[in-house]
Design a protein around this ligand. Structure first.
Ligand SMILES: Nc1ncnc2c1ncn2[C@@H]1O[C@H](COP(=O)(O)OP(=O)(O)OP(=O)(O)O)[C@@H](O)[C@H]1O
Ligand SMILES: [Mg+2]
Ligand SMILES: [Zn+2]
Length: 154
């Protein structure tokens, strides 16, 4: 008789667990954090069953705590994400991501005729119309941007 296989992910000692990421967005979260170019040990779970969300992704990063600017970017593509800080194996802080009302200079407006895409020295600016799911509107040309379009730019 075969023994059932039990896999257990090693707990992290110091670092960050990003939980409740919108399903299939874990790789975009890694990109936002530039993790493909770092040496941190990272554990990724995708399409995990979640009682709150149906399915979700989780990213666990050893040896890294996040800057608020990074958390702001994660909020744009994973508005339900929870940021858990682990120190000495213990969960010491848990917070929800939250989005600011205006987003400047992070991504381009998809409208080629927008003033921000001309030679004029105008920085992009989007107003946050809805937070869950995220919907942005270009301040200049009123072009609407949804999460999937935002994700495509990371
Ligand atoms: N030392 C650790 N190493 C790795 N992951 C951890 C560690 N401690 C907690 N976690 C993970 O951090 C997340 C939050 O832990 P917590 O115990 O608060 O779970 P929870 O009660 O399900 O949280 P929530 O209410 O936010 O869903 C979980 O995904 C958990 O697996
Ligand atoms: Mg939970
Ligand atoms: Zn625009």
């Amino acid at each position: 008789m075969k023994t059932p296989i039990k896999l257990k992910v090693k707990p992290i000692r110091n670092g960050t667990v990003i939980d409740h990421i919108t399903a299939n967005r874990a790789l975009s979260v890694l990109k936002i954090l530039d993790l493909p170019n770092q040496k941190n040990t990272v554990t990724i779970a995708m399409n995990v069953l979640s009682s709150q969300m149906g399915s979700k992704d989780i990213v666990k990063i050893e040896g890294r705590e996040l800057a608020s600017k990074e958390v702001d970017k994660i909020a744009l593509i994973a508005p339900y994400a929870t940021i858990n800080i682990i120190r000495d194996y213990k969960l010491v802080d848990k917070g929800k991501v939250h989005l600011m009302n205006k987003i400047s200079g992070i991504f381009k407006c998809p409208n080629p005729n927008c003033i921000t895409n001309t030679d004029e020295p105008v920085n992009t600016k989007f107003l946050v119309i809805e937070k869950k799911p995220v919907i942005l509107r270009c301040y200049y040309c009123e072009r609407i941007m949804e999460e999937s379009e935002i994700e495509a730019q990371f």
